[in-house]
Design a binder for this molecule. Structure first.
Ligand code: SF4
Ligand code: SF4
Length: 275
């Protein structure tokens, strides 16, 4: 191995170990210009000359909850804050350890197609439901990426596909998998503002869903149930939303951005006015 390559490996090992110490389940690297860009305001934060994305998956699975009426990702407090804080800590560490290099972290509100970035960084294949399947976290994870001016060798992209078993397509209650228009997806329906159609309300009642939908994730045989190692994903868990607890949780949960009226509308659709 050349000296330069060895040095690159050491840098990468440092980054991987640091991110894993912060709770990442898996870490890889890809070239930024190979990843589809999504125009958004966050684009302004990409460091000039950033060539590489350090990509990490953070598992959030904390168990099964009888009577759960929100998607599992929405049970703990808002992942934007939790992963955002972890990425900030990582960026501060890298800035100190690699002076004269720039870093900027993103999660979900990102100018990069995160699923594609993760696949290119060797972190898993993309399932028929469009979600990344990682060997450690299955489909229960968030993807975070740090754009950097460091020159790090990219990982081997993940090759191949999911099993193609079709269980997700068969279980999806809306036919959204493979459809050109994803607006019918139950997760999107619960997040949409405005009135729900009678059909949408019926579907929410049938599935008992107040926020989000995990059906295509839960049925996937490539999924795993490794419990999260991130402490913040194990605290203040709220698997069952009710009229009484919604207001208190509003500022802490990922669904809070939609506001109380959408959640109350959803609760009414599922349970009637009483819940
Ligand atoms: S989240 Fe639910 S509605 Fe959306 S594609 Fe998956 S199973 Fe279908
Ligand atoms: S359920 Fe089957 S087809 Fe769907 S993502 Fe998982 S492995 Fe692929």
């Amino acid at each position: 191995m050349s000296k330069e390559k060895m040095f690159n490996c050491e840098q990468k090992d440092y980054i991987i170990n640091r991110l894993k110490a912060l709770g990442a389940a898996d870490v890889g690297f890809c070239l930024a210009d190979r990843v589809e860009r999504i125009p958004c305001r966050a684009e302004q934060r990409i460091p000039a000359g950033a060539k590489v994305l350090i990509v990490a998956v953070f598992g959030y699975y904390s168990g099964e909850y009888p009577g759960r009426n929100v998607a599992k990702y929405a049970i703990p407090n808002d992942y934007h804050k939790i992963i955002g804080d972890l990425l900030k800590e990582a960026v501060a560490d890298f800035e100190e350890h690699f002076p004269n290099r720039q870093f900027a972290g993103f999660c979900d509100v990102s100018p990069f197609n995160e699923t594609q970035a993760a696949q290119l960084a060797g972190l898993g294949v993309v399932g028929k439901n469009g979600l990344l399947i990682n060997k450690e976290t299955g489909l229960y994870h968030f993807i975070g990426e740090i754009a950097t001016t460091m020159e790090l060798e990219p990982s081997e992209p993940s090759e191949g596909e999911c099993l193609g078993c079709g269980r997700c397509t068969a279980a999806c209650p809306t036919g959204a998998i493979g459809a050109a228009d994803k607006q019918g997806c139950l997760s999107a329906v619960t997040q949409r503002k405005g009135e729900l159609t009678a059909e949408e309300q019926k579907l929410m009642r049938k599935t008992g869903t107040v926020w989000g939908c995990d059906i295509c994730i839960d049925v996937c045989p490539m999924n795993g149930k490794r419990l999260t190692e991130i402490a913040a994903f194990k605290e203040e868990l709220l698997p069952v939303l009710e009229q009484e607890n919604v207001k208190d949780a509003l500022k802490k949960k990922a669904w809070g951005y939609r506001g109380i009226s959408v959640i109350k509308r959803n609760l009414a659709a599922v349970y009637g006015e009483e819940k």
